[in-house]
Design a binder for this molecule. Structure first.
Ligand SMILES: *Cc1c(COP(=O)(O)O)cnc(C)c1O
Length: 401
């Protein structure tokens, strides 16, 4: 074996649940990334809506190196300063009073579902166990969260699933009203479906969900793993929707590229997770929390959030111009820097082709399903990088015609 690490090694040594592209990026700065060959990319993906401050942001590099020279890990037998400071920041900035730290979105959601079930059992008994969730929803890959997610392709084939999970049509107020009962323990939803195709919730639907939860003593869990931390232009997306959830989960952008997740809830529900009911070895890790603190400090600044909307406008405008030239999109969806360009009939299901061609032209984009090209760049992507990225997308699409 030579010293050079190549894509072919993946097939030799990795479990084949992914099929990564042939290039291997080795370095990033801001919204530019370089691969092993020195080829440069503009990053409109940010991982998958993770690198919210781009690559190697100075404040995050400082936070991780400062903490790395102090203390890496303790366990939850003791608490630590970064975890407490981060929890204080998250509760100050949101509806929540209490935080549970995990290491990923799925784990934050697992905690949320377990809390909701525990609250129902404590207050109303074991019969109140139904989780209502929505088709095309995505909540992670643990067995409970993938079962609550609305894509059977992801949850089938692993034997018996956790029970009492119902999937309804997203944005269907009548179906929700017809189905809700006192047996409903919680509703879990994304305020804007990400993986499912960048689908916004309607105001009537959001209002109905909140009202029905209140009427039936069910908890409303907002999965803001993808929408959170400034992505839609407010710190959390619920702020723009006029309602407040009982539990909110956050991960992805929270760590800006360092693994962390969190479940946020209120003083009313948190006490049900008393000592011993739940836990995580790495949850609240000082390194992760130190980085996330730095992320929150930058993202929560009004200029950052205002910048998200300005960048959204620029990207939408650029995509419209591309569409005028090549007639490729039927619709632009999403909010802030969580945007989806839906392909029209002529281009149907060619999202992956566009992703590959974009890569060849030095641009990283994402897909959401087979028919939507997804854009989730850094919240502070420089304006010239937006222009350059759109120019590369233009060339990539031209090359496919
Ligand atoms: C990515 C995602 C998850 C899963 O997060 P992981 O960190 O991969 O476990 C859960 N919910 C939503 C809405 C997501 O976008």
């Amino acid at each position: 074996m030579t010293n050079k690490v190549e894509r072919s090694l993946f097939d030799d040594v990795m479990v084949p649940c992914y099929n990564p592209m042939s290039v291997i990026p080795v370095e990033g700065k801001g919204s530019r990334v370089w691969d092993q060959e020195g080829k440069e990319y503009v990053d409109f993906a940010g991982g998958i809506a993770v690198s919210c401050l781009g690559h190697c942001h100075e404040d995050l590099v400082n936070a991780v190196t400062t903490q790395a020279n102090k203390l890496w890990h303790l366990s939850n037998v003791m608490t630590n300063e970064p975890a407490l400071r981060l929890a204080k920041k998250l509760t100050d900035i949101s509806f929540a009073d209490k935080v549970f730290f995990a290491n990923s979105g799925a784990e934050a959601n697992e905690a949320a579902l377990k809390l909701a079930r525990r609250v129902a059992v404590d207050k109303f008994g074991a019969d109140k166990s139904e989780i209502i969730a929505f088709k095309k929803g995505f909540h992670g890959r643990t067995f409970f969260t993938v079962t609550v997610g609305g894509q059977e392709a992801y949850s089938d084939g692993f034997g018996p699933k956790p029970g009492q999970v119902t999937h309804l049509e997203y944005n269907d107020v009548d179906a929700l009203k017809a189905h809700f009962s006192d047996k409903t323990c919680a509703v879990m939803m994304e305020p804007l479906q990400g993986e499912g195709g960048i689908i916004s919730s309607s105001p009537e639907f959001i209002k109905a969900v909140r009202e029905l939860c209140d009427e039936h003593n069910a908890l409303l869990i907002f999965d803001e793993v993808q929408t959170g931390n400034g992505r839609t232009g407010t710190f959390y997306a619920y702020e723009g929707l006029g309602i407040t959830p009982d539990i909110l989960t956050t991960a992805k952008s929270l760590g800006g590229g360092f693994p962390i997740g969190a479940m946020l809830t209120t003083d009313e529900f948190a006490p049900h997770m008393k000592v011993g009911t739940h836990g995580s070895t790495y949850g609240g890790n000082p390194l992760a929390c130190a980085v996330a603190e730095a992320v929150v400090d930058v993202v929560a600044q009004p200029e950052t959030l205002k910048g998200v909307k300005e960048r959204e406008a620029l990207i939408r405008e650029g995509l419209q111009q591309i569409d005028e030239k090549y007639d490729v999109f039927s619709e632009l969806r999403g909010q802030g820097l969580l945007l989806g360009a839906v392909l029209n009939d002529q281009w149907k299901d060619r999202a992956r082709d566009i992703l590959v061609a974009a890569g060849q032209h030095g641009l990283m984009v994402l897909v959401a399903g087979t028919n939507v090209v997804r854009f989730t760049p850094s919240l502070i992507i420089p304006i010239e990088d937006i222009k350059e990225g759109l120019a590369r997308l233009d060339k990539a699409i031209a090359s496919l015609r």
